[in-house]
Design a protein around this ligand. Structure first.
Ligand code: EPZ
Length: 425
């Protein structure tokens, strides 16, 4: 089986440039469907999820091209509003096809979304929001198909029971082409939510308040958004992953192409653990210098919606804290079962336990040792690779398709920082 062979114990040193944000790309690419002319998207990461969405847009009839991190798509040639290919079941973000096709055509028929196994992942808040806009939504459970119809989408007041990233974005996609005004209350505030709103506004949408609890969208009507050129933001989670890897290996790494405000929660927690994180400006770029020479102090981390500590970084953080000087507690309030990486880390000599209700404890050990370990989801894969970089000896990390989904050129970037990592078929 394909795996990474990693020789641990080598501190990461040097510079790494962060790629475009996966969770912005997987929303903005479907959003192109809303436009009446071509779009040019820059800083799009070359990752598996983007390749899948490219195939999905092509299967709808859009003219699509993707090279050198530039994604161009002309939605004018789309000839169907039914996205039923198997690709739809390969990623969770395929649910954005619902809001995009509904907003553009008043009709959408999609296969149920897929995505990482990190616990129950309902889409009831998406459905509730789109229904409030006037969509009639049917579920064909036997065939795993969702159909949404709306003669006209009409703006509405929508209150989200949870500040769901996906639901906030999906509702924004449809509402931007509705008649009338929509207000989304208890909206998600993640950087990629703001990026999608900025993209839509470049296309002629009228969205205000993205990044706050209430997003106000004045619909411009179906087919009235035009194409644009847009560069997406850097990936907050990739940046955080490399910050943690630098600290976990006792190295010193300059993280380039970042937006410091997006990294305040991870910066604060690393500094609390004793890691030095120094912001600086290099030319026109913000950079972060991350360095550590000691075993980390133990931490208590509770994940939260932005600007709190992101759930996507709790798994890499658990790898880092596996050798802390004391007991750490992790509470994931977003995905309470996101702990499938714990058993794999314990195979390497870690001493951690899942306590239930989204809580886990980590008793710090002196060091980890190499083992054969298996990724179970995207960020678990990142955690296992960090643990392998920390461990004494050789580790083989399997199920690389998970990290291929969300990290561009991961092996090359780590090698450039001195990691002894090799992809073995
Ligand atoms: C997005 O997932 C991200 N994925 C996830 O990143 C990220 O972990 C998550 O947001 C939280 O930040 C993409 O953007 C493609 P949610 P999403 O809707 O939209 C519950 C990664 O590693 N909920 O904000 O699925 C849900 O169960 C991935 O890049 C409902 O109850 O997350 C969870 O407990 C993993 N009903 C909470 O809300 C709904 O209709 C937050 O989920 C929707 C969500």
């Amino acid at each position: 089986m394909e795996h990474y062979k990693i020789e641990g114990g080598h501190p990461l040193r040097g510079k790494v440039t962060i790629s475009g944000a996966k969770n912005a790309a997987v929303a903005i690419i479907p959003a192109v469907i809303l436009c009446n002319s071509a779009c040019r998207l820059e800083n799009i990461p070359n990752i598996e999820d983007v390749a899948i969405l490219r195939n999905i847009l092509s299967s709808l009839g859009a003219e699509v091209d993707f090279s050198d991190n530039v994604f161009t798509a002309n939605p004018v040639t789309i000839h169907t509003n039914e996205a039923l290919s198997e690709d739809m079941t390969k990623l969770r973000a395929s649910y954005y096809l619902l809001g995009a096709l509904l907003g553009r055509y008043g009709y959408a028929k999609i296969a149920y979304p897929g995505g990482c196994a990190i616990g129950e992942r309902p889409i009831d808040l998406h459905i509730k929001g789109l229904s409030r806009l006037g969509a009639v939504i049917d579920f064909d459970k036997a065939n795993g198909i969702i159909t949404a119809k709306a003669h006209t989408l009409v703006g509405a007041e929508i209150y989200l029971d949870k500040a769901s990233v996906g639901a906030t974005i999906n509702i924004m996609l449809a509402a931007s082409c509705a008649e009338g005004t929509t207000e989304i209350h208890n909206a998600a505030k993640e950087p990629h939510v703001v990026d999608v709103a900025n993209f839509l506004n470049m296309c002629g949408a009228r969205i205000k308040g993205a990044g706050t609890d209430t997003i106000r969208i004045v619909g411009v009507g179906r087919g009235n958004l035009h194409g644009c050129s847009y560069a997406i933001i850097p990936d907050q989670i990739e940046a955080g992953t490399f910050m943690i890897a630098a600290a976990a290996t006792g190295g010193e790494v300059v993280i380039k192409n970042i937006i410091p405000a997006h990294l305040e929660a991870i910066t604060a927690k690393l500094m609390e653990a004793g890691v030095s994180v120094d912001p600086a400006i290099e030319g026109n770029d913000y950079i972060l210098n991350v360095a550590s020479t000691m075993r980390p102090r133990p931490l208590r981390i509770e994940t939260c919606t932005y600007p709190g500590f992101p759930t996507d970084l709790q798994q890499p953080m658990m790898a880092f804290l596996s050798t802390a000087r004391g007991e750490s507690i992790i509470i994931d309030k977003i995905f309470t079962e996101r702990f499938k990486h714990v058993n794999e880390l314990n195979k390497m000599g870690a001493n951690m336990r899942v306590l239930g209700n989204g809580k886990a404890e980590i008793i710090g050990v002196e060091s980890l040792h190499g083992a054969d370990i298996y990724a179970t989801d995207l960020r678990a894969g990142a955690a296992l690779i960090i643990a392998a970089l920390m461990a004494k000896g050789e580790t083989r990390v399997y199920n690389l398709h998970y990290t291929d989904r969300g990290y561009e050129n991961l092996e090359e970037k780590l090698k450039a920082l001195g990691a002894r990592i090799k992809r073995v078929n």
